[in-house]
Design a protein around this ligand. Sequence first.
Ligand SMILES: Nc1ncnc2c1ncn2[C@@H]1O[C@H](COP(=O)(O)OP(=O)(O)OP(=O)(O)O)[C@@H](O)[C@H]1O
Length: 232
Amino acid sequence: MSAALRLNDLNFAWPGAGHDILHIKSLALQKGESLFLYGPSGCGKSTLLAAIAGTVNIAPGAIVVAGKDVGAMRGGARDRFRGEHLGMIFQVFNLVPWLSALENVVLPCRYSANRARRAAPDPSTAAQDLLTELGLADPAVAGAQAGSLSVGQQQRVAAARALIGKPSLILADEPTSALDEDAKIAFVELLQRECRQAESALLFVSHDRSLENHFDRAVSFSEINLPLEKTC
Ligand SMILES: Nc1ncnc2c1ncn2[C@@H]1O[C@H](COP(=O)(O)OP(=O)(O)OP(=O)(O)O)[C@@H](O)[C@H]1O
C-alpha cells in the first residue's frame, strides 16, 4: 500500500508563540486507511491539519501527501495541489451559503481539472450521486441554497464536497461536534463507507473519543506530538 500521508520531523510554531506547537517525529497514513487522532482542546490538532493542507508554512520534507512534498511547494502550486488531492470537512462547514447544495459539491472540480476528470462520469452527476449516497437525494435539497439547510444536511453536503473526485486524503476537523450521539455515529459510518469507495485516506481529529472504534486506528495526539514545551 502506498502512503497517502507521511510526516517526518514536523516542527511548527505560530509566530510569536516562542515554542513549537507541533513537534512530530513521524506519522504515516496508508492509502484508504482511516485514522482517528484525539486530544484535548488547544493541543494543536487544527494546526496540524492546517500544516498538512499547506495553509501555514512548514519546512520541506516534513509533510508528504500522495508522494508530494507540501513544504517544498510555493503558494500557487500548494493551492492547486490542495484542490486536487485534499478534501476538507470542518466543524464549521464553510459552504458557500448562496450556492445550491449541488453547486457546493461540484466546487472543487472547478478549481482542479484533474479532480474534475476523476469525478466520473462528470462532476454534476458525481455530485448528485454523492448527495444520494449521503441521504440527500431529494432534488429540493440538492437544489436548495446551502445556507437554508439544516446543520446535519450541511454537514453531509460538506462531506460530499470533500469526497468528490476521489482525493488522496480527507481531513476532518471535529465535523460531528454539532450532532447528537446517534447522528454522529451515522455520519462517521457514512463517511467511512464513502472514503473506502473512493480509496481516500481519512484523518479525523476530535476530542470526543466515543467515535474511535469506528476507525482503522486511533492515536492520541500527545503520543505523536512531543512539544519542546508541553502545552497539553
Ligand atoms: N492562527 C493562529 N495564530 C496564532 N496561534 C494560533 C492560531 N491558531 C491556533 N493557534 C494556537 O495554537 C494552539 C493550538 O490550537 P489548535 O486550534 O490547533 O488546537 P486544537 O487542538 O485544534 O483545539 P480545539 O480542539 O479546541 O479545536 C492554541 O494555543 C492556539 O491559540
